[in-house]
Design a protein around this ligand. Structure first.
Ligand SMILES: Nc1ncnc2c1ncn2[C@@H]1O[C@H](COP(=O)(O)OP(=O)(O)O)[C@@H](O)[C@H]1O
Ligand SMILES: [Mg+2]
Length: 421
C-alpha cells in the first residue's frame, strides 16, 4: 500500500497535498489518516504479541486460586501431584512458584472430575450480546465473558458477527491483514453461499477451550447483497435466518456456550443473530444516551420478534437480561442512572454491574482482556478489584446458563461434594 502523507501539524500548507502545491480538500487526507492508523495498530500489535506476531497466553494462577476455582482444597491438588495423577507442580523461578497455566488448570479439572460442562442432553447456550448502539460494551462483555467461562472450564465459541471486528482484534487477529473474507461468516451467509456448514470458519485462539469465528469489514457485503436482492430479498432473508440458526445449532454441539457479537445496527446480520440465539444479554453503560438507545432497542426488538413470528420464524430465549457494562460509582449522575435502570428494568437488570476500570481499558490497548493479564497494569489493588468485580458480574451470567441446564448454583460447595464422591 503506498503510504500517503498527512499535512505537517499547524502548517500553512494544511489545505494542499504535500509536494504538489495543489489545494486539497480535507477528504483527500482520509486515506493518509487510514494509513497512519494502520501503521499504529500494527505497532501496538507487535508490542502486545509474541515475536512471531502470534498472541500468547501467559496468565498463571497460584495454587490457592486454582483450588478456589475447582472448589477443592490445595491439599487435594498436592496429593494428586504426589501420587502421579497430576504432573508435578510448576518449577519455581527465583525461589517463587510461578503458578499454573490455563492448560494445566483444565487438565486438573479433568483429572479431579471438576468439569462444569453441560451434560450430553443439555442444549448449549447460544447467547447474543446485543444492543443497537455502538460503544455500549458489547465486545468488552463478549470477550471477558468468553475468557471468564474458559477459566471456569467451559468450552466456548465466540462468533464475531460485526464487520467492525473489535472482538476479532481482541482475540489477537488483525482483521484487515490476517483475516480473509473466506474465513468469516460471509461464504456461509452470502447470497451465493460456498459453504454448507460453519466448520470452515472456526479458528483456535490462544485459549485451549475457546474458538473464534472471526470477522472483517467484508462481512458487511452480506448486508449489501441482500438489500440488492430486491423483491426476492424477503425469501432469501428467511432462508439465511434459518441457515444461520441451523449452522450455529450444529456447531454448538461441540461447545457449552456460544457467544454472538452482532453489529450495532438493525440489519440482516443483526436480525439473523437475534433469531439464531437462545439467550439474550443486553449491555449498556449507566449513561442517559445508553439508557435511551436501549429502550429504543427493546421496543424495536419487540416489533421485530412479532414480525418474525408472523413469518413463521420462532424466537425463543431461555433468558433475557440487561447488564450494566460500565459504571463509575464516583459519578453521581451514573449512580442516579443506575437507580433509574433498576426501577425501570427490575430483576431483568443483573444486580452486579461491571465497574468502569482503567484495567479494562488498559488491557484493551494491549488487545487483551483482564483475564489474560499476567500481572496488573495499574496497582495490584485496582487489578484485584477489577477481577473480583468481573468474576461476580460474569458469574451471574454463568448461573443463568446453568439454570437453563437445570444445574443452577455450581458453587464451591457443590463441586467439593462432587469431588468427594
Ligand atoms: N467496564 C469498563 N471499564 C473501562 N472501559 C470499558 C468498560 N467497558 C467497556 N469499556 C471501553 O469502552 C469502549 C467501548 O466498548 P466496546 O466493548 O468496544 O463496545 P461495543 O462493542 O458495544 O461497540 C472500549 O474502548 C472499551 O475498552
Ligand atoms: Mg463491538
Amino acid at each position: 500500500m503506498a503510504s500517503r502523507s498527512l499535512p505537517p501539524v499547524g502548517s500553512e500548507d494544511d489545505a494542499s497535498v504535500a509536494g504538489t502545491g495543489l489545494a486539497a480538500s480535507e477528504s483527500e487526507y482520509i486515506g493518509a489518516l487510514a494509513d497512519a492508523g494502520e501503521r499504529m495498530v500494527d505497532r501496538l500489535r507487535r508490542k502486545a504479541f509474541l515475536p512471531e506476531s502470534r498472541k500468547g497466553l501467559s496468565v498463571r494462577l497460584g495454587i490457592a486460586e486454582v483450588a478456589g476455582l475447582l472448589g477443592c482444597s490445595t491439599n487435594r491438588i498436592r496429593m494428586a501431584e504426589e501420587d502421579g495423577r497430576l504432573p508435578p507442580p510448576p518449577a519455581a523461578e527465583n525461589g517463587r512458584r510461578v503458578g499454573y497455566d490455563i492448560p494445566a488448570i483444565l487438565n486438573m479439572r479433568e483429572v479431579l472430575g471438576a468439569s462444569p460442562r453441560r451434560a450430553e442432553g443439555d442444549a448449549p447456550a447460544i447467547m447474543a450480546v446485543q444492543n443497537f448502539k455502538g460503544g455500549v460494551g458489547k465486545s468488552t462483555v463478549t470477550t471477558h465473558l468468553a475468557h471468564y467461562l474458559a477459566v471456569q472450564g467451559y468450552r466456548v465459541l465466540v462468533v464475531d458477527c460485526d464487520s467492525q471486528a473489535t472482538t476479532t482484534t481482541l482475540f489477537g487477529f488483525n482483521p484487515h491483514f490476517n483475516i480473509k473474507r473466506e474465513e468469516t461468516l460471509y461464504p456461509y451467509l452470502s447470497i451465493d453461499p460456498t459453504q454448507a456448514d460453519l466448520l470452515y470458519a472456526v479458528q483456535p485462539t490462544p485459549w485451549p477451550n475457546v474458538d473464534l469465528i472471526p470477522s472483517n469489514l467484508e462481512l458487511f457485503d452480506v448486508e449489501y447483497e441482500l438489500a440488492a436482492a430486491g423483491a426476492d430479498g424477503q425469501s432469501v432473508l428467511a432462508t439465511r435466518f434459518r441457515k444461520l440458526k441451523q449452522g450455529l445449532v450444529d456447531l454448538a454441539q461441540r461447545y457449552d456456550v456460544v457467544i454472538l457479537d452482532p453489529p450495532p445496527a438493525l440489519g440482516t446480520i443483526s436480525l439473523a443473530v437475534m433469531q439464531a440465539a437462545n439467550a439474550l444479554l443486553v449491555p449498556l453503560a449507566a449513561t442517559t444516551p445508553d439508557f435511551c438507545s436501549t429502550v429504543q432497542f427493546l421496543s424495536m426488538m419487540d416489533q421485530v420478534i412479532a414480525q418474525l413470528e408472523q413469518a413463521g420464524i420462532a424466537v425463543d430465549y431461555s433468558f433475557c437480561r440487561l447488564l450494566c457494562s460500565k459504571l463509575d460509582k464516583n459519578d453521581p449522575s451514573q449512580s442516579m442512572m443506575m437507580t433509574i435502570m433498576e426501577q425501570t428494568f427490575g430483576s431483568s437488570l443483573l444486580p452486579v454491574p461491571i465497574l468502569e476500570s482503567a484495567e479494562i481499558s488498559h488491557a484493551a490497548l494491549r488487545m487483551m482482556t483482564v483475564f489474560e493479564l499476567e500481572r496488573p497494569i495499574g496497582t495490584a489493588r485496582t487489578h484485584r478489584r477489577c477481577k473480583t468485580n468481573l468474576n461476580e458480574a460474569m458469574g451471574q451470567v454463568e448461573q443463568l446458563i446453568r439454570r437453563h441446564w437445570g444445574r443452577a448454583n455450581v458453587d464451591g460447595a457443590r463441586l467439593s461434594e462432587a469431588l468427594a464422591q
